[in-house]
Each structure stands twice: as C-alpha cells, then as structure tokens.
Design a protein. Structure first.
Length: 211
C-alpha cells in the first residue's frame, strides 16, 4: 500500500477484527504474507477460525464494552501500524470506545455504502441486521468520529474509509479533503439502496442514532 511507503512505518504490527480466516476479504493478509508484518486477528465465527491453522487468529467478540480489555489481554502495543475494523455492525462504537492510549498509525473502518450522507447517522448499538442492510455508519458519521479521534481522512474504497493520524498526514503530501467534498465526490452508493428498503421494512421512526 502506497500510504505505508510514504510514512515509513517502523512499527509493523496490525490488529484486524472481523478477520474471517485471515485471507478472505482480509485487509492485512498481504502485509503478513508479503511485507513481514506481525499482528493479531480476531474473528467471532469459530468455524472460520478453526478452518485454518493460524497462530495469531483468535475467536473473540469485540464490543465497545470489552475492546480495551481484549487489547490488554493480548498485549497490543499502544503505538502500532494498522487497525482494521470490519464487524458488520458496531464498528464505530468499538473505535469510539478504544482508549486514546492506543494510537494506530492507520485505521481502516467499514462504512455502509447504502446510506445517505446528509446527516451523520449510525445504527443502534447491538441491533445490526446485515441481511436487511441495517449495519454500520454512513461516511458523514465516520468522518466526524475520525476527526474527533485525532485522525485525517485519506481515501475511500468500496466499503472502507482509510484514516491516518493527524500528525502523520503531512507525510502523504496530499491536500486535506473537507467533509462536504468527500460526501460529494466519494459517497457513492454502488447501486445499493439500503436506506429506502430499511425505511419501508422498519418504519421511519427510531431507527438511527444521529450524532
């Protein structure tokens, strides 16, 4: 990833939760297999964990209540290279609850591409329904969360937003992109329309947390 080349990461350690088997849809497999990074993978589904023999893949349910406890349990360093969050639901709640003593250089976090971005919204905690598209947060919300956590927006992939620690951003040699431009230029729904379907399924009231 070009971002790592530009900021010259020395703490080549990653944390990924929502890791599947460490290969499928993994944001860290290439770092582990080809770039000599070390790290820890967390996955809730025990079948996926047992399907491979990876010494750094553990079955854990990460939540806003236990994320700091789990980081301490596995002796996660305070300063490390990459945090990847993809748990199809409470992603933003977990990052928000992570103690500021943990300072990953880069954060990759899943967003819901089917949600509008006029206001910052996310699901109610612990009430995800992925099959109906009720999961995660919109870009608007995650941008605000990243800024509040001390990060700058870098870019967006189909399902993920990439942030970098504010003090490292100048090393990328790219301009800061304001939220309005991100929403205008980057917030594509990729053909998904979860919002309309959800409003029809669940009703219009008491569905989203606005913040």
């Amino acid at each position: 990833m070009e971002i790592f080349n530009r900021i010259k990461i020395f703490n080549k350690f990653y944390i990924e939760f929502g890791a599947w088997d460490g290969l499928i849809l993994s944001n860290t497999a290439n770092l582990r297999l080809n770039k000599k990074w070390d790290g820890i993978l967390f996955e809730l589904d025990i079948c996926k964990v047992n399907s491979v023999k990876l010494s750094n893949l553990y079955c854990e349910k990460i939540s806003s209540d236990n994320i700091n406890e789990i980081f301490r349990k596995y002796k996660v360093p305070f300063d490390f290279g990459l945090l990847s969050i993809d748990i199809d639901g409470n992603d933003s709640y977990c990052w928000q609850s992570l103690s500021d003593e943990y300072k990953p250089n880069i954060v990759i976090i899943e967003f819901n591409p089917g949600l509008p971005n006029k206001i910052p919204i996310r699901i109610k905690e612990n009430e995800a329904d992925v099959n109906r598209g009720y999961f995660g947060s919109n870009i608007n919300h995650l941008y605000d969360l990243g800024i509040n956590k001390g990060y700058e927006f870098v870019t967006i992939t189909d399902w993920n937003i990439i942030f970098i620690r504010k003090e490292l951003f100048p090393l990328l040699n790219i301009p800061i992109i304001i939220k309005d431009k991100i929403i205008t230029d980057y917030a594509k729904n990729n053909g998904f329309d979860f919002w309309r379907n959800l409003q029809m399924t669940f009703g219009k009231n008491d569905l989203w947390v606005v913040n």
